[in-house]
Write a protein that binds this ligand. Structure first.
Ligand SMILES: [Ca+2]
Length: 479
């Protein structure tokens, strides 16, 4: 291209400067112009070596000299074109970059859209869960409120019932008090009526022990259940069924591990002196006797050493028994039992003993009656009771039995015309009949109702119609 351009330039120069005639169609190659005589005059000649080129089109030369050709491509144009080209190239590159970036952005947008869709579905799911939870909570709170309301209602009902119960209790107390006091009066009136109008032979009953109002065992003694069925503790007919066990010492064998391997001891005081400080079952052998006896030793009371010979606590043992039973003893050493008149007599022979009677009412209060001396006379004297002087906080209900013989249903040694054991349903040193009946029927609740005063009562502590919850009689040598 460049060579063609240069060739054209050279031809044009020649034409402009030369003879003025330019013919086309002349063969190219080595062109040698002949000098005319005019040429010689100018003394200037040029020889152009033009590369041989095949001319396919017409070559025109203007005789009028070069004119500015508007269509002529100049170097400037080329430069401009190049500039434009490079500029466009840069723009293309920029656009390419933009396109690339846009493509990335599109991808990112797509991802974001996808993510957004996922997020939306997740948010919807969470929203549904939240809604569900809110509904559930609302239901729960409703239920809770209903429950609270019910609790409030029940509480108010309970309070109302409690106050009603208290009211009834007071009325019942008054009624029970009235009944208790009237029962004595009714009995007396009945007796009087029968004597006056029927002239019949009256059944002999012992006088009732009066209620002792100034020494009540508990503050609300009449709030306890009154026992209307006095046969509840033991069914009728079974009272005399029990017989002494065949055990040689009068008691069933003790549970393993509860009996001390030491001993036998002459009494629980000796057990205590031997260093045993735990209350429990111990083996005793009193002086002048070859028989071994089991007894409960109480070491937790007043320095210990007490030999317990009578115990009531739960009504588990029937105490309405015959002479032989009371002589030999019966019951269970670790619950309710009677050590036996013979054993008590033998113990008392060993030395000077004092007696402690422990009484517990139905609110757990314990009171005591202590007698400065205690022993029994032999069986030939029906185990007559010998007591010293009283001290304590239970009141003295036993001194009136001092000097009395022991009476059972089958051996009447009391001062009453009838048999006190029949009315009091136990065995005791009855007078006519008594101020206390610690071998009577074990009633629950304290105050009881019965035709006869057959409960476990201590007249100076609660009167004849209050049956104690637990009782213990125990002896210890005088210090
Ligand atoms: Ca009698």
């Amino acid at each position: 291209m460049r060579s063609v351009t240069w060739s054209l330039c050279a031809v044009l120069c020649l034409c402009a400067w030369g003879v003025g005639d330019c013919r086309s169609g002349e063969p190219s190659g080595a062109l040698r112009r002949r000098r005319s005589p005019d040429d010689d005059a100018k003394k200037c000649s040029y020889t152009f070596l033009v590369p041989q080129q095949k001319i396919t089109g017409p070559i025109c030369a203007s005789a009028t000299g070069p004119e500015p050709d508007k269509d002529r491509v100049t170097r400037m144009d080329i430069v401009e074109v190049r500039d434009v080209l490079s500029k466009q190239r840069r723009e293309i590159e920029t656009l390419q970059l933009v396109v690339d970036v846009d493509g990335n952005m599109v991808n990112e947008m797509k991802l974001l859209r996808k993510e957004s869709r996922n997020m939306n579905s997740r948010v919807t799911q969470l929203y549904m869960q939240l809604l569900h939870e809110i509904i559930r909570k609302r239901d729960n709170s409703l239920e809770l409120a209903q429950l609270e309301n019910r609790i409030l209602n029940v509480t108010s009902e309970m309070l109302r019932l409690a106050s009603r119960y208290k009211e009834l209790e007071l009325r019942y107390s008054a009624m029970a008090s009235l009944v208790n006091n009237q029962s004595v009066l009714i009995n007396a009136l009945e007796e009087q009526c029968l004597r006056t109008y029927s002239r019949q032979e009256l059944p002999v009953v012992p006088p009732l022990v009066q209620v002792v109002p100034e020494n009540l065992p508990i503050n609300n003694r009449f709030t306890n259940e009154i026992q209307r069925d006095h046969n509840r503790a033991f069914p009728r007919g079974s009272r005399m069924d029990s017989s002494p066990t065949a055990n040689p010492v009068g008691f069933p064998p003790p549970p393993q591990g509860t009996l001390s391997s030491d001993g036998p001891f002459r009494d629980c005081y000796q057990v205590r002196q031997a260093g045993h400080a735990t209350s429990g079952m111990y083996l005793l052998k009193v002086d002048g006797s070859e028989r071994l006896i089991q007894a409960w030793c109480e070491h937790g009371l007043d320095n210990g050493g007490w030999t317990v010979f009578q115990r009531r606590k739960d009504g588990s043992v029937n105490f309405f028994r015959n002479w032989e039973n009371y002589k030999k003893g019966f019951g269970n050493i670790d619950s309710e039992y009677w050590l036996g008149l013979e054993n008590i007599y033998n113990l008392g022979k060993q030395g000077d003993y004092r007696l402690l009677v422990e009484l517990e009412d139905w609110v757990g209060k314990k009171v005591y009656a202590e007698y400065s001396s205690f022993h029994l006379e032999p069986e030939s004297e029906s185990y007559r009771l010998r007591l010293g002087t009283y001290q304590g906080n239970a009141g003295d209900s036993l001194s009136s039995h001092n000097g009395k013989q022991f009476t059972t249903l089958d051996r009447d040694k009391d001062s009453f015309t009838g048999n006190c054991a029949h009315f009091h349903k136990g065995g005791w040193w009855y007078n006519a009949c008594g101020q206390t009946n610690l071998n009577g029927v074990w009633y629950t609740g304290g105050v009881y109702r019965s035709k006869f005063q057959d409960g476990i009562f201590w007249a100076d502590y609660g009167g004849g119609f209050y049956s104690l919850k637990s009782v213990r009689m125990m002896i210890r040598p005088i210090d």
